[in-house]
Design a protein around this ligand. Structure first.
Ligand SMILES: NCCC[C@H](NC(=O)CCC(=O)O)C(=O)O
Ligand SMILES: NC(=O)OP(=O)(O)O
Length: 313
C-alpha cells in the first residue's frame, strides 16, 4: 500500500480485514517498523485516532512524533503563489518537505471548513501534503473521508456478525453542531464493498453526495429503515445539499431502545465521541446493544494493518 487517504486505496478489503483480525489475536515478534518514524499532524482535536494510531505504530516498533499544528506550529499557507504578508508564516511546500526528512510516514487530520463545498471537496490540505511530501500520507479524517474509521467499522461488523448477510443501517441522528460528512462517506464506501444489505436513513435535506451514495438505498423513514436491522450505525452529519447547514428536522431522530424494537436486536455502532441523549440515548449506550467500546478498540488494529502494509511496500 503506497498511501492511505481513502477507502479506494484498499484493493483487497477481505484480506486486509483478515490481516487486521490476525494482528489483534497475535502481535508478531518481528517489528517491521523498527527504525522508522510516524509523524502525526492534527489540525483538529482527537482522542481515539491520536492514541490508537500511536499505539499501532508502537506495536510495529515505530517511533512516533505528534504535533497539534494549529496550536504549536506555524500557521501554514496552502495556496500556490500566495504573497505571504499576512498571518501565514510557513508554506506547505517547505513544511511538507522538511517533515519528509524527519518522518517515514506522515499522517494528517484536517476537517472540512463546511463553508465552501468546492474547497472542502478539493481536499486541499490532505492533497497539499501528498503533493509536497516525499513519504506516504495517511488520512486521520479529512474534509470528505475517515478511512481508518471505516476500516475499523468493517472489521467490527465482521467480528460481531451472526447472520449470513447482515442488514446494516446507517442512521443520521441530531447534533447541535455542524459536523463533517467524512465518517458517513467512508462508511458508505466500505459498506458498498461488503456483502451486506445496506440502507441509509436520514431526513430530507440530509442526503449524502450522489457520487458517494451511488445506488445505495436511502430511506427517509427511520422506523421503516430499522426493520430487521442487524447493525445500526449512528452518526450525525451536516447537510450536503445546503452545504454545512444544520437544518430544522420535524421528527426526533435520536436512537433509543424504543426504536430498536423493530430491529433484529441490532448492534449499535458510533465512531465516538457521542453526545449522550442527543445522538444516542443512555438506554442504548448502557445496554448490550451498544458495541461502541469494542469498535473503538479495533481502531488500533485498523491503523496497525494500514501502517504495516505501507511499511512493507
Ligand atoms: N472522528 C470522529 C468524529 C469527529 C467529528 N465529530 C465531532 O467533531 C464532534 C464534536 C462534538 O460533539 O462537539 C465528526 O463528526 O467528524
Ligand atoms: N472516532 C474518532 O475518530 O475519534 P477521535 O475524533 O477521538 O479521534
Amino acid at each position: 500500500m503506497k498511501k492511505y487517504t481513502s477507502i479506494s486505496d484498499i484493493d483487497d478489503l477481505e484480506s486486509i480485514i483478515r490481516e487486521a483480525r490476525g494482528l489483534k489475536s497475535h502481535n508478531p515478534e518481528y517489528k517491521v517498523g523498527t527504525g522508522k518514524t510516524l509523524g502525526m499532524l492534527f489540525f483538529n482535536n482527537s482522542l481515539r485516532t491520536r492514541l490508537s494510531t500511536e499505539k499501532a505504530a508502537k506495536l510495529l516498533g515505530m517511533d512516533v512524533m505528534i504535533m497539534n499544528v494549529d496550536k504549536d506550529g506555524w500557521a501554514l499557507e496552502f495556496e500556490d503563489g500566495a504573497v505571504m504578508n499576512s498571518d501565514k508564516a510557513e508554506h506547505i511546500k517547505e513544511a511538507a518537505a522538511v517533515l519528509s526528512q524527519y518522518c517515514d510516514i506522515i499522517a494528517v487530520r484536517a476537517f472540512p471548513g463546511l463553508k465552501d463545498k468546492e474547497k472542502d471537496e478539493s481536499e486541499h490540505i490532505l492533497n497539499s501534503f501528498q503533493k509536497y511530501a516525499s513519504v506516504p500520507i495517511v488520512n486521520l479524517e479529512s474534509a470528505t473521508g475517515h478511512p481508518l474509521q471505516a476500516l475499523t467499522d468493517a472489521i467490527t461488523i465482521q467480528e460481531f456478525n451472526q447472520v449470513e448477510r447482515p442488514k446494516v443501517v446507517l442512521s443520521w441522528a441530531p447534533h447541535p453542531k455542524a459536523l463533517p460528512q467524512s465518517v458517513a462517506n467512508s462508511f458508505v464506501e466500505v459498506m458498498q464493498r461488503l456483502d451486506v444489505d445496506f440502507v441509509i436513513t436520514n431526513p430530507e435535506g440530509y442526503d449524502l453526495a450522489s457520487h458517494i451514495k451511488k445506488d445505495t438505498r436511502v430511506e427517509h423513514d427511520q422506523e421503516k429503515a430499522f426493520e430487521d436491522a442487524d447493525f445500526v450505525y449512528v452518526k450525525n452529519w451536516s447537510s450536503y445539499e445546503s452545504y454545512g447547514e444544520v437544518l430544522n428536522v420535524e421528527k426526533n431522530w435520536i436512537v433509543d431502545q424504543a426504536k430498536l424494537k423493530a430491529t433484529n436486536n441490532a448492534k449499535v455502532m458510533h465512531c465516538l465521541p457521542v453526545r449522550r441523549n442527543v445522538v444516542i440515548a443512555d438506554d442504548v449506550l448502557d445496554s448490550d446493544n451498544a458495541i461502541v467500546i469494542a469498535q473503538a478498540n479495533n481502531r488500533t488494529y485498523a491503523a496497525q494493518v494500514v501502517l504495516k502494509r505501507i511499511l512493507e511496500c
